[in-house]
Design a protein around this ligand. Structure first.
Ligand SMILES: CC(C)(COP(=O)(O)OP(=O)(O)OC[C@H]1O[C@@H](n2cnc3c(N)ncnc32)[C@H](O[C@H]2O[C@H](COP(=O)(O)OP(=O)(O)OP(=O)(O)O)[C@@H](O)[C@H]2O)[C@@H]1O)[C@@H](O)C(=O)NCCC(=O)NCCS
Ligand code: ADE
Length: 293
């Protein structure tokens, strides 16, 4: 396998682990469909399979194309092909749209560092990736105030205009702070403490739920719900259950039941979890190959 193919495999591995990790509150996992009535575990496997051949091409752009201004249109073009493949595989359901965007940026960042023979640490990859989207909150969201488009606004765009929520764009532009300051360190700490990869992934998911502006939760539950109910609930669960035991699993299952009733889905945090798993896998591969750690 060449470097781009190896990175593509790491991306698919991350998508599969994200959906397999169980129990996830409100999300699709091996136990069920959470708060979703239009997708199942099988839908995610189909989506991940359809996306699998494309990730190495995004990594290849990273290895070959140095200039972010030249790389971004190429990544977008491939991203649109990927969205088409996803929709075809899932019968029109949006399983991984946000992730196609975020992971394509990270694959480019990883490819760049590889080409420059620099250290492949998660933080460095995220910083590099953010160069692709510098100024995008202003360019894509703030300008909506001055020139509203004729088409319907996306959930993310509407939430920015109403509440200043920057969602995935803000996360990417700021160098993915939820990934590098919360998700990845939490995953590593949990593994260091003896947790399984699944337990560590669930710990990372909770950390991401508490730290990111999840436009999926906010659009489904409302801004006040997110700030006053959802965030305190997640914070309390994390503080009460520091270690893995039956009580912690039960608490996650109970939260899943609550989210199912209220249709709350932390889809943005799920996408970021796949990104954390990808960064973790890249760091692991770097330990075992000639890549710089
Ligand atoms: C920039 C794009 C990602 C497109 O943005 P768009 O404005 O079209 O979409 P958003 O509404 O902003 O949401 C994008 C998806 O990103 C995920 N997400 C949300 N918050 C975060 C976060 N804080 N960090 C990371 N990721 C986040 C989220 O994906 C999950 O939600 C899916 C379900 O979403 P959706 O269908 O909207 O929700 P439902 O409730 O199911 O819908 P209804 O049935 O009620 O309608 C779930 O599967 C997760 O994957 C958001 O959905 C990019 O795609 C794009 O257009 N790029 C082209 C332009 C570009 O490149 N711009 C550069 C910008 S920096
Ligand atoms: N496991 C999951 N469930 C629901 N939405 C998601 N978006 C990304 N992963 C997801």
């Amino acid at each position: 396998m060449n470097d781009a193919e190896l990175l593509g495999t790491a991306a698919t591995w991350a998508l599969l682990w994200e959906v397999c990790a169980t129990p996830k509150p409100g999300l699709v996992d091996r136990g069920g469909s959470g708060a979703h009535d239009d997708m199942t575990f099988g839908t995610f496997l189909r989506s991940a399979s359809a996306l699998a051949p494309h990730w190495s091409l995004q990594a290849r752009i990273g290895i070959d194309v140095e200039d972010p201004g030249k790389a971004m249109p190429l990544l977008r073009e491939r991203g649109r092909v990927m969205e088409g493949a996803m929709l075809e595989a899932t019968g029109g359901v949006n399983t991984h749209k946000g992730l196609i965007f975020a992971l394509s940026l990270l694959l480019w960042g990883t490819g760049r560092l590889l080409a420059r023979k620099e250290s492949l640490r998660g933080r460095a990859i995220a910083r590099e990736a953010s160069r692709l989207v510098s100024g995008c909150v202003r360019a894509e969201l703030e300008t909506l105030r001055e020139t509203p488009p004729a088409r319907p606004l996306s959930h993310g765009e509407r939430l920015y205009l109403r509440h200043g929520v920057t969602g995935i764009r803000g996360e990417a532009e700021r160098g993915f702070p939820s990934l590098v300051e919360q998700g990845l360190p939490t995953l590593n700490r949990s593994l260091y403490d003896g947790g399984t990869l699944e337990e560590a992934a669930l710990d990372a998911l909770l950390a991401l739920m508490e730290s990111c502006e999840d436009s999926n939760v906010i659009h489904r539950g409302g801004f006040a719900f997110w700030k006053e109910r959802y965030l305190p609930l997640v914070r309390a669960l994390r503080r009460t259950h520091l270690r893995w035991d039956d009580a912690k699993r039960r608490a996650l299952e109970e939260l899943n039941e609550r989210f199912k009733e209220t249709r709350v889905s932390p889809g943005g945090a799920a996408d970021l979890l796949a990104c954390v798993l990808f960064l973790h896998e890249v760091e692991q591969i770097a330990l075992q190959t000639s890549w710089q750690q």
